[in-house]
Ligand binder design. Structure first.
Ligand code: PRX
Length: 648
């Protein structure tokens, strides 16, 4: 982190919004910042008018720290706002989703078509016994049935819990049990570089001895997936769709504070947290950020490269752009399949005007070189976004020059699963950008950098990132564990939200996010708890103890290094390394596969038996070691250093 900070602090470049962009921007009056900070409720009430409400709310916000209610007693439906109302208002034939399959198949789904498909899916869920408030777990590849399933749940008031298709059977099972879902929606298999990802096989393993009664299976891969269907439990999507009524379905009026979805994310303990988002506030936040940060207009084509398995896909493929009646591009597969120009091919094919991707992808494109970009006409692009991890200035500049061709503003958006939508990001028509800085809190967002006592740091200093006041799309609690919600997010500073990131505030008041301050690693924009990987490791019979850290990595941002002590009598070997890596993949998923495993007779611990992770990071990143005087047995460090060199 210190190298990263040094680079950032030397960054002097400033990019003012162009005159032409400024003139056409949705948010072009700088007084919006002051107005929103003087009267946030008025600001959010104004934003709420962009949604259709079945019944008006009585008050904008009730704040009983750490619990907030927004748009109290208002009634609305998220699917109605994302689909039906656009059909009613003349957008029946407008494309809602341009879907591009990895093998090259594609679909253009209009709002009219989407409405029909959502209603059929909603009726399918009803026929499986799903009712308002029930949880539905969704484990699908990036195919149209994924957003359709989300919207179908929303339409009938069921709570969706999407589990990213890269998670293992065990991880899926854990999330099904925690959410207590009765229905699972999955597919036979998903495509990844032409090969099948065995989703149904994982699902079969996951659902044993869980409350799951019915498994709805989309046929994506076909016969080659070689799946088995269990009688009375499994049913094909198409088969059930043919049985339900085609009549339009009325949207369930939901209270603004009814739960819209759960989404699991990693924290400092081994158990993932089910983040709870509610209907009204979340939708207002998502919708507002599209108009403000992304300057979304009616004719935009919004290409967000995230998977809907993560919050970025929830907010910026489904609920944000669709609530705004926009057109989104959704791509199923890998950016290098069949060629390294796949994203650029898609941008050109659909005339994408806004592209939203992650620094890890940008660094990969840099490594591949600009020739893949040059093969395509990207003149339709007018705005670029970045999300998921700090963007290093070199990647920012490459994005600016090669993808944005010097013409597109870049919005670096800081946010989290918990925040629901972008929180710190430039308004592209108003704020000059600096490569590597997410710039300023958005209007109505009270983010700041504070010291250990919770006092704002002077410009030019670093500290904890905090958010002082509630915002509409904030998480309401952790599913089934309000205590954890209180402790994790409000335990340090009373009534103030602690995201868990470190940040620096520069002389102009710009915020530079430095990365996590807790035991959470960010691998290619995926959040992974060190404790999760450690508990996966120690569940292997050969492992006595494990300590996992994130070390900096050129492409991934961070990579996982595991320091492992083996049980008595177990010999280290190359085979064991491979086996342990695979074991973690099976427990969590491929994104948690350790980059390297270092065997050591002992782990460095303080005299109070705490593992010295900072020291392990220093070793993994080859830095000169700091103070090791608190170490119980300093010789452990020398051994580790030599082991680490051996593994290079
Ligand atoms: O550390 C921050 C980093 O990603 C974390 C949130 O991860 P997740 O909940 O998976 O959501 C990712 C997509 C919103 C944050 O705590 N992060 C996210 N965006 C940025 C970022 N770090 C720096 N700059 C960003 N723009």
């Amino acid at each position: 982190m210190s190298n990263h900070l040094d680079t950032l602090l030397q960054e002097q470049r400033l990019f003012e919004p162009s005159q032409s962009f400024r003139q056409q921007a949705n948010f072009s009056d700088p007084s919006i910042y002051d107005r929103a900070s003087e009267n946030p409720e008025e600001y959010w009430a104004e934003q709420a008018t962009y949604l259709d409400w079945f019944e008006p709310y009585e008050s904008v916000c009730e704040w009983d720290p750490p619990h907030a209610k927004w748009f109290v007693n208002g009634k609305l439906n998220a699917a109605y706002n994302c689909v039906d109302r656009h059909v009613r208002k003349g957008k029946k034939n407008k494309v809602a989703i341009f879907w591009e399959g990895e093998p090259g198949d594609s679909r253009a789904i209009t709002y009219g078509m989407l409405q029909k498909e959502v209603d059929v899916a909603a009726r399918m869920l009803q026929s499986l016994g799903v009712k308002k408030g029930d949880r539905v777990t969704i484990y699908l590849p990036m195919i149209p049935e994924l957003p359709i399933s989300l919207l179908a749940c929303a339409k009938i008031g069921a709570v969706h819990s999407v589990v990213f298709g890269g998670f293992s059977a065990k991880a899926l099972r854990e999330r099904i049990l925690d959410a207590d879902s009765k229905v699972l929606i999955t597919a036979d298999a998903g495509y990844r570089r032409g090969k099948p990802i065995p989703l149904k096989a994982n699902a079969d393993e996951a659902v044993v001895d869980t409350p799951i009664e019915k498994v709805l299976v989309v046929e994506r891969f076909g016969k080659d997936a070689g799946i088995e269907m269990k009688e009375n439990r499994d049913i094909y999507w198409a088969e059930l769709a043919a049985k339900v009524s085609r009549e339009p379905l009325a949207a369930e009026p939901m209270d603004a504070e009814d739960i819209l979805y759960l989404l699991y994310t990693s924290g400092t303990t081994g158990k993932p947290k089910g983040i709870v988002h509610t209907t009204g506030g979340y939708l207002v936040g998502a919708n507002t950020s599209l108009r403000s940060v992304f300057d979304l207009k009616d004719d935009d084509v919004f290409f967000c490269t995230a998977d809907i398995g993560w919050v970025t896909g929830h907010t910026y493929i489904v609920y944000g752009p669709l609530s705004a009646g926009s057109t989104v591009v959704m791509y199923e597969g890998s950016p290098d399949y069949p060629g390294r120009d796949r994203f650029w091919d898609i941008c050109e094919k659909y005339g994408a005007t806004i592209l939203y991707t992650a620094p890890t992808s940008i660094r990969m494109f840099m490594k591949w070189g600009p020739e893949y970009v040059k093969q395509h006409d990207l003149s339709s692009l007018r705005l670029l976004g970045s999300v998921g991890e700090p963007i290093n200035p070199e990647a920012w500049m490459w994005y600016h020059e090669h993808i944005g061709q010097g013409r597109c503003p870049i919005v670096d958006t800081w946010w989290q699963t918990e925040t629901g939508c972008a929180m710190i990001a430039p308004l592209p028509g108003l704020v000059a950008t600096k490569p590597g800085s997410a710039t300023k809190p958005l209007p109505g967002i009270f983010a700041d950098v504070v010291d250990e006592e919770g006092q704002p740091v002077e410009p030019g200093n670093g500290g904890y990132l905090v958010i002082r006041k509630p915002w509409p799309s904030m998480l309401r609690t952790v599913w089934g564990d309000d205590e954890r919600f209180r402790n994790t997010y409000f335990g340090k500073f009373e009534g103030v939200y602690l995201p868990g990131d470190g940040a620096h505030k520069d002389k102009d008041g710009y915020i530079w996010i430095l990365g996590r301050i807790d035991d959470v690693i960010n691998v290619s924009g995926h959040r992974i708890g060190t404790a999760e990987v450690e508990s996966a490791m120690v569940s292997h019979p050969s492992v006595a103890e494990a300590a996992v850290i994130g070390r900096s990595h050129e492409i991934k941002g961070q990579a996982i290094t595991a320091f492992v002590t083996l049980r008595e009598g177990v010999e280290s070997s190359e085979d064991l390394v491979a086996e342990l890596k695979q074991h973690v993949v099976e427990k969590i998923g491929a994104m948690a596969r350790p980059e390297e495993i270092i065997f050591t007779a002992e782990l460095p611990k303080t005299r109070s038996a705490k593992i010295m992770r900072r020291l392990l990071r220093d070793i993994a990143e080859g830095r000169v070691l700091g103070d090791t005087t608190t170490l119980a047995d300093p010789s452990v460090v020398d051994e580790l250093k030599s082991r680490y060199k051996e593994s290079d």
